[in-house]
Write a protein of this length. Sequence first.
Length: 164
Amino acid sequence: MSYLLDANVFIQAKNLHYGLDFCPAFWQWLIDNNADGRVFSIDKVADELTAGSDELTDWAQQHGDGLFRKTDSAVVSGFGAVSQWVTSQHYEPAAINTFLQVADFYLIAHGLAGNHVIVTHEVAANSTKRIKIPNVCMGLGLRFMTPYEMLRVERAKFVLGPRA
C-alpha cells in the first residue's frame, strides 16, 4: 500500500503534534517510508509548502527529491474522471472552479493514477460551497484515511531515545 499526503498533513504535523524541533522521529519516518516506496506527496503540495519561509519550507526543500511526485501523463488522464465527478454533483460553480485549480484536484488524480491511499485531515461534509477530499474520494471509490490511521496501519513507532 502506498500513500499520498495532503498539504495539511505536513502543516498540522509541524504546527501541532509532530513539531520538527521536538518530534524528529515523525519526519524521519516520512523520509524512510518514502525511500521504501510507501509514502509520497505531489509537486503541487510541495509548491504550497515551499511558498512559505519557515522550518517546514526548509524541510520540504531539503527532502523533496523523490517525496513529491511530478504530475505526468498518467496523472493527466485522471483529471477527466475527477472533474467529471465534481461537475456532476451539486456543488456551487465557485466551489468547482476553486477545486479544479488547487492541489486537492491534482492529489486525487495522482491517487487514481497510482492507486494510492489519500491521507488528509479533511473530513467529509455536505456543503455545496467547498469540495472536500473525502467526498471526492468516496465518489470515485478511492481509499482515504487520516494520518493517524496511516501511522497505525503502518505500525509506526516514535520511541524516545536515551536522555541527553
